[in-house]
Design a protein around this ligand. Structure first.
Ligand SMILES: [Zn+2]
Length: 317
């Protein structure tokens, strides 16, 4: 056997050993996972939303930090646009004056806002990677190409119209901001860092920028927006997300339960003797029949001996 063949055989064996080792690792991993599952105490995870929402106290603290900030207008604009209106950070950064209808108090997020900032460039690169373009192709995109595609909302549902007239304070911030700027004066990363800084100053290190948007979502749900209205205003494609927000934060169902069931009027159902009043003659016969008698025989008797009488009762029942 020559050396080449020997080497090839050795490589082949090594490869087979490696495959077997990998398979054994997988088996051990699977077994350990199974065991772990059995040992775990069942724990209900109530979505991931709850921990991410700012409490009223945290909300106030963050706004207080903005009020005392060096860049008070800019900071209030970013924070409130996310926290009150529910914008994503990418939307805040690309938010242009022409999106606002100051008479109707609405903001229209378009399908396209030409931009070639660093953030937009990286978003396009990411898309090129996803559709399998080579590294060279990703690197060689021109600024014009970036502009052709970006900026665009995260999803189709991101193209939307939102009303802001419900918050007069936000309205003032918006008016002040757009009398000074046509759009965010810095880069995406600057806005991101500003929020991090403000959260830090407010002692909210457990929160990230996206939590502001989620908090807005829960406030909308608490205000009573329906599933579809919530999807529209938040720019969500997924109805499940909206339903979860409403289930957790919507106006509690107690009010509607009271409406249907009344308050203190009806007592327990089955234990209430008056229930007998609602039974048909046949129902009463069933309830008052002699016990220990053969059920089938009894039923046959009732149904066929007084046929005319019971037939009508059965239909009533
Ligand atoms: Zn951009």
């Amino acid at each position: 056997m020559d050396e080449g063949t020997q080497n090839a055989q050795k490589a082949n064996t090594d490869e087979r050993i490696e495959t077997i080792e990998k398979k054994m690792e997988d088996i051990v991993l699977k077994l350990s996972r199974g065991r772990k599952k059995k040992k775990d105490i069942r724990k209900i995870e109530v979505g991931s939303i709850v921990k991410q929402i700012l409490t009223n106290e945290e909300y106030t603290r963050l706004l207080h930090v903005c009020d005392n900030s060096e860049y008070v207008l800019e900071d209030k604009f970013i924070v409130r646009t996310m926290l009150t209106i529910g914008f994503r950070l990418g939307e805040v950064v690309h938010f242009k004056k022409c999106w606002v209808n100051f008479d109707q108090k609405t903001i229209t997020i378009p399908a396209h806002e030409p931009c070639n900032c660093g953030y937009c460039k990286s978003q396009l690169k990411r898309q090129l990677k996803r559709i399998g373009k080579s590294k060279e192709e990703q690197e060689s995109i021109s600024e014009k190409e970036v502009m052709n595609y970006y900026w665009q909302p995260k999803t189709n549902a991101g193209v939307r119209v939102v009303y802001y007239g419900f918050d007069s304070e936000y309205e003032m911030i918006l008016n002040d901001y757009f009398s000074k700027y046509d759009g965010w004066p810095g880069a995406y990363i600057t806005a991101y860092r500003r929020i991090r800084k403000l959260l830090d100053l407010a002692g909210l290190q457990n929160h990230v920028d996206h939590h502001l948007r989620k908090t807005a979502g829960t406030n909308y749900a608490a205000a009573g927006l329906t599933e579809h209205q919530l999807m529209d205003v938040m720019g969500w494609d997924d109805a499940d997300v909206a339903r979860e927000y409403i289930r957790l934060y919507g106006p509690r169902s107690v009010e509607s339960q009271k409406k249907v069931l009344g308050e203190g009027k009806k007592k327990g159902y089955i234990s209430d003797s008056r229930i007998a009043l609602y039974l048909t003659a046949f129902g009463r016969q069933v309830l008052t029949r002699r016990k220990y008698r053969d059920e089938e025989e009894w039923l046959r008797d009732v149904l066929f001996s007084k046929k005319d009488d019971t037939e009508r009762k059965i239909t009533d029942y």
